[in-house]
Ligand binder design. Structure first.
Ligand SMILES: Nc1ncnc2c1ncn2[C@@H]1O[C@H](COP(=O)(O)OP(=O)(O)OP(=O)(O)O)[C@@H](O)[C@H]1O
Length: 672
């Protein structure tokens, strides 16, 4: 039966689309068509090559003949075990025979996918096959015959030097992590003592491993320094079929991070997975017992789930059993996910491998029908300067605007405001000046559009309707802040009028009065803000919960009657916002700096000193930090999986005041 799968692919901006039609035998035909443009990211089929290793055992080549034969550069045939008169034929994207070299495989099949990393897309290379068929040889090789891993690293580093050279638009950084999945445990090969790690998925479907060691690598020597000792940590053991059989799946993760040097300061991240799978094992032939048998059970079970995942993807089933094994959970990005993937199926020529070889060829054949949808993983660089501006805007919008235009002038990024009648030219330019939270929302929209198939289009191509909705939301937010300020002024003015005289006198003398609860503070709104008053508020909130309770009780006694038309007491959230509004910007900035410092250096225990951070969040933060490096700004906390934007906002409200209070109490007092 012919299975038809149509993949439309836009080739480098030219409006040509290829339609591949697959049959169960793996044959493909290419047709040119004028189909409609898909809205989903362009499809990229998993590409599959088969590599036949030569006879390796002494005199086996003379005593045995190969059961596999190459037909051409893409196809091969193998004897049909059920009918000696027939052979089974397979076709793949490439076939590499016994005489093929490491260079042939690398240049022909792996090197071309590396360039996707430079575009912020993911790529993966998987070596699959029965035990002893040459997976480790293909991936790692030997000093004389280096395999895919060292070659890819050399090229990737070279590419990043070229792309990230001075004067080029992007700065690039490469880092590596290395892990193995051994008996369903994820072990960090760069930090073997760290124990079983958890695999998580962020809201964009990216697979993350919090706590996994990540080493920056600037040169191939750096890479070797980390990789070679870590490789020795990989679990290997002797079996009857392979003296150094890999007892685990090994995954080398190389991350390429890019930061745009000029506005709009985008950042992109591409991940390369280089995976040497453990081989499937027929335990009647491996002679495995005890531990080896247990290892083999785990290997076979995870490879069985891998087969189920591939089948589910091919059949378009609603549930793909990624979660049924650690291996498939980790490969979620690579199979049916967002990576450009290539699979190298290694097979052996010896007849005793016949059944394993047929099984591997069938798996490889099914894998080449899996469709991935790679997209660019991008965001905008968090800028502490932008946060400062957002704070200023909160205090005084006109001042912020002035400061912003000054900054833009200095940056050379200033663009004249379009006249009202003129259509807005560049939403990106505007994005640059927005608050981080709003930027994040725009980026979320951008990602959603990407995942729906805007094919890597930036926010520039965000549909007008959705852009307008976002801009409207932003305006509403601004007017909400303005409204809160007005409401506060109104409340304070009313209270001032209502306040009994003796209370005012009492309040005029700070020495005689204790700090007042927020709702009852008097701030002369027409004068410049008195620096002392808000800090009494802050100190009160930060240092003495019990005192606050007493004072709140006290305030209930003093609570003035609401005036006609006056609103109820401001809520806790409003009070915090109002208190924040009164904190001088330099102290706010100082307070944020301190929080950031703690987020970047604090242990899980220390992080728990922060308000709203419990044990689980503290661990998530530490894990994220290890994976991605330090936070550039406190808002980055929202990038941690499991911490929502709303939680970040509450976290900031709760902590900024108390840290500002600390900063304030550290200031030298004038009256001291
Ligand atoms: N193309 C090749 N040319 C020469 N020797 C090879 C080739 N492929 C594999 N070998 C040799 O075959 C043996 C088994 O290979 P390798 O260890 O890579 O198998 P494997 O598939 O990784 O096995 P396992 O799953 O048990 O780890 C090794 O001695 C290796 O050097």
């Amino acid at each position: 039966m012919v299975i038809q799968q149509k993949i439309k692919r836009q080739v480098l901006g030219e409006n040509i689309k290829f339609q591949y039609i697959f049959s169960s035998s793996g044959a493909t035909r290419n047709q040119l068509s004028k189909g409609r443009t898909s809205r989903r990211p362009a499809a990229a089929r998993v590409r599959v090559a088969v590599r036949l290793r030569p006879f390796v055992e002494e005199d086996s080549s003379t005593s045995e003949s190969s059961c596999v034969r190459g037909l051409d550069s893409c196809s091969l045939e193998i004897a049909n075990g059920r009918n000696s008169q027939e052979t089974l034929k397979y076709q793949f994207d490439a076939f590499y025979g016994e005489t093929s070299t490491q260079q042939d495989i690398y240049v022909g099949f792996v090197q071309p996918i590396l360039r996707h990393l430079m575009n912020g897309q993911n790529a993966s290379v998987l070596a699959y096959g029965p035990t002893g068929a040459g997976k480790t040889y293909t991936m790692l090789g030997s000093p004389e015959q280096p395999g895919v891993i060292p070659r890819a690293l050399k090229d990737l580093l070279q590419l990043t030097w070229e792309e990230g050279a001075e004067g080029r638009p992007w700065a690039l950084a490469v880092s590596m992590s290395y892990l193995e999945i051994y008996q369903e445990k994820v072990l960090d090969l760069l930090a073997p003592a760290s124990g079983d790690l958890v695999i998580r998925e962020d809201r964009w479907g990216n697979i993350l491993i919090p706590g996994l060691t990540q080493k920056p690598i600037a040169s191939f020597t750096d890479f070797e320094q980390h990789f070679l000792p870590a490789s020795r940590n990989r679990t290997v053991g002797a079996t009857r079929l392979n003296q150094r059989s890999s007892r685990s799946h090994a995954v080398l993760l190389v991350k390429v991070e890019q930061r745009e040097r000029m506005a709009p300061f985008r950042q992109r991240e591409g991940k390369l997975y280089l995976i040497d799978l453990a081989g499937s094992e027929d335990n009647r032939r491996t002679g495995n017992q005890g531990l080896r048998l247990k290892e083999s059970g785990a290997i076979n079970a995870s490879l069985f789930v891998l087969g189920k995942v591939v089948d589910a993807l091919n059949q378009g089933l609603p549930r793909v059993p990624y979660r049924d094994s650690k291996l498939t959970r980790l490969l979620q990005d690579s199979l049916g996910g967002s990576a450009h993937s290539v699979l190298i199926a290694n097979i052996a020529p010896e007849r005793r491998f016949y059944l394993d070889t047929v099984t591997s060829l069938n798996f490889a054949s099914r894998s080449k029908e899996v469709i991935n949808r790679p997209f660019t993983h991008k965001s905008f660089q968090p800028s502490s300067e932008r946060v400062k501006l957002a704070q200023k805007e909160l205090m005084d919008p006109p001042e912020a605007k002035r400061a912003r235009s000054q900054e833009e002038l200095e940056d050379g990024t200033s663009s004249p405001e379009p006249p009202p009648s003129c259509p807005k030219l560049s939403p990106l330019k505007q994005l640059n000046t927005l608050e981080p939270a709003v930027q994040e929302r725009l980026l979320n929209l951008d990602r959603i559009l990407d995942s729906r198939g805007s094919q890597g289009a930036s926010i520039l191509s965000t549909p007008r309707r959705e852009r307008t909705a976002l801009e409207k939301a932003l305006k509403e937010k601004d007017s909400e802040i303005q409204r809160l300020k007005e409401k506060y002024k109104e409340l304070e003015a009313n209270r001032l009028n209502q306040r009994p005289k003796e209370l005012e006198e009492e309040n005029d003398s700070p020495a005689s009065s204790g700090p007042l609860p927020m709702g009852t503070q008097t701030v002369p709104v027409t004068k410049p803000l008195n620096r002392v008053v808000p800090f009494r508020l802050i100190q009160e909130q930060a240092t003495s919960q019990s005192k606050t309770n007493v004072l709140q009780k006290d305030s209930r006694k003093r609570k003035p009657e609401p005036l006609c038309g006056q609103q109820e007491e401001p809520t806790e959230g409003l009070r915090t916002t109002l208190a924040l509004l009164q904190v001088p910007p330099d102290l706010l900035a100082e307070s944020r700096k301190k929080i950031l410092g703690l987020l970047n250096t604090g242990s899980a225990k220390e992080l728990r000193r922060l308000q709203r951070i419990g044990e689980k969040k503290a661990q998530l933060i530490v894990g994220w930090r290890e994976l991605h490096g330090p936070f550039a700004e406190v808002e980055d906390l929202g990038r941690v999986e499991g911490i929502s934007e709303k939680q970040v906002a509450t976290f900031l409200k709760a902590n900024i005041l108390s840290f500002a209070a600390e900063c304030f109490s550290a200031l030298p007092r004038r009256d001291a």
